[in-house]
Design a protein around this ligand. Structure first.
Ligand SMILES: Cc1ncc(COP(=O)(O)O)c(C=O)c1O
Length: 456
């Protein structure tokens, strides 16, 4: 294995630390006050009152020395900057699509894609829509339909590719509603809302074949494309000797474009992009981009952000990095699971998902078991996580999960050991946790601003 000592069993962080950010401790009494003031919604906490922040892996990673060096090369020209050329070349080398349109983050790419391609009455199938993806589909009056494989809906079941799309269900949908009402199909790699689970190359090929046969474009939500590529390398025999980059390149060939949040496997703190091979669509997308994001060679980003992404998408595919990344997520998952904590199995790429319905079997879904568990983890150890369940998706929620997302290259093994200890403490006292009721909800993406009240 290149770059790795052949006899070492310990997987170490493949970096050393050059700049540190102090953490701030609080007492349980203080956290009780903070949680009450935040209306039991962890999004409404001040980050300063959080010890270990596992709310998201989005935009929270640490940049490398190479990225910071590239930042200094940022060309801030309004049009035709050198940074855009470097960004475009780097993205195209991996993704291979004809048009690369920068956006300020993933949801901006989604809004533009669905505004151009969808209308009222359309249906957009996805293995599982992420919350912003679903909201942007619904915003244009279309229906966002999740078609995960049945195994993907059973949290404790172990399957190598639980992120796969149900190909038979896709065929059935197209023949039921008609090809004209399905403007595109999406595959989310890895499947975040379905537990951070990967999609196999075999499944990508099958979905692509169905799409091509019906003349429907296939788009990827590529936010965690590098982690997905590494899972394919680990779990799909034909790909074991390929590099993650070769795997990613092949995967994208089966599609017609993608949306991307560069805040994940772009290893950047902000940014995203939209890719397509369709010249006409690209023109319409760029027209919309200019309206709200900016000129097509910067799309709402600074030149320095484009530079960070250009380097970041390549670093995300480095094998030493991916080995450590996937192993450290799995370390957290296996250490809590072996003590009986119910988690989505096997551990995902970027996060561990605790099955809150099983963890808090005495709290019904309508009393938000995921929110209750996330609140208790904060009270116990100052750990911030996020509910992915009834609060986030309403009646469409198939599970109530608590996601502990691991920021890239930020926390060390001892931080994770602390998180394990705190989860086990909450597990041993789970019967003392109560459900909650909603006091306020916004019409879209209600989980960001909802206010709740405990039922005790
Ligand atoms: C799978 C997936 N798609 C899209 C998005 C939206 O990206 P952004 O937060 O950059 O708007 C996210 C963000 O977490 C995501 O996980």
């Amino acid at each position: 294995m290149p770059g790795r000592c052949a006899i070492a069993r310990t997987i170490i962080e493949p970096f050393r630390i050059k700049s540190v950010e102090p953490l701030r401790w609080t007492t349980r009494q203080e956290r009780e006050k903070f949680l009450q003031a935040a209306h039991h919604n962890l999004f409404l906490l001040s980050a300063d009152d959080v010890l270990i922040d596992l709310l998201t892996d989005s935009g929270t990673g640490a940049m490398s020395t190479h990225q910071w060096a590239a930042v200094m090369e940022g060309d801030e020209s309004y049009a035709g900057s050198k940074s855009f050329v470097r960004f475009k070349n780097s993205v195209q080398e991996i993704f291979g699509y004809g048009h690369v349109i920068p956006t300020h983050q993933g949801r901006a790419a989604e809004r533009i894609l669905f505004s151009v391609m969808c209308k009222k009455g359309d249906v957009v199938p996805n293995n599982t829509h992420f919350d912003t993806t679903r909201a942007n589909v619904e915003f244009v009056g279309a229906e966002a339909l999740d078609l995960p494989i049945p195994e993907g809906k059973q949290p404790s079941l172990v399957h190598p590719f639980k992120g796969n799309m149900d190909v038979a269900a896709l065929e059935e949908l197209i023949s039921r509603v008609g090809r004209k009402r399905v403007p595109l199909v999406m595959l989310t790699v890895t499947n975040n809302s379905g537990g951070g689970q990967p999609v196999s190359m075999g499944n990508v090929q099958q979905v692509s074949e169905v799409c091509r046969r019906h003349g429907i474009p296939l788009y990827f939500d590529a936010s965690r494309f590098a982690e997905n590529a590494y899972f394919i390398k680990l779990r799909e025999k034909e790909y074991e000797s390929q590099t993650p980059k070769q795997i990613a390149q092949e995967m994208f060939q089966y599609g017609d474009g993608c949306t991307m949040s560069a805040k994940k496997d772009g290893m950047a703190n902000i940014g995203g992009f939209l890719c397509t091979n369709d010249d006409l669509l690209a023109q319409q997308q760029k027209d919309l981009l200019i309206l709200t994001e900016g000129y097509p060679t910067y799309g709402g980003l600074a030149g320095r952000d484009l530079e960070a992404i250009a380097v970041g998408v390549q670093e995300a595919l480095e094998e030493d990095y991916l080995r450590y990344r996937i192993a450290s997520t799995s370390y957290l998952g296996s250490h809590v699971a072996e003590q009986g904590v119910p988690i989505v199995q096997p551990p995902g790429g970027h996060a561990i998902y605790i099955d809150a319905r099983a963890f808090l079997a005495h709290i019904p879904p309508k009393q938000f078991p995921g929110v209750a568990l996330a609140g208790e983890l904060y009270l116990q150890g100052g750990i911030r996580s996020v509910e992915i369940g009834t609060l986030m998706f309403g009646a469409a929620a198939k599970m109530d999960l608590v996601r502990l997302a691991i920021p890239r290259r930020v926390y060390t093994q001892s931080h994770i050991d602390y998180v394990v200890e705190m989860i086990l403490e909450v597990w041993n006292n789970r019967d003392k946790i109560y459900g909650l009721e909603l006091q306020y909800e916004a019409p879209f993406l209600r989980h960001f601003t909802a206010r709740l009240r405990p039922l005790s």
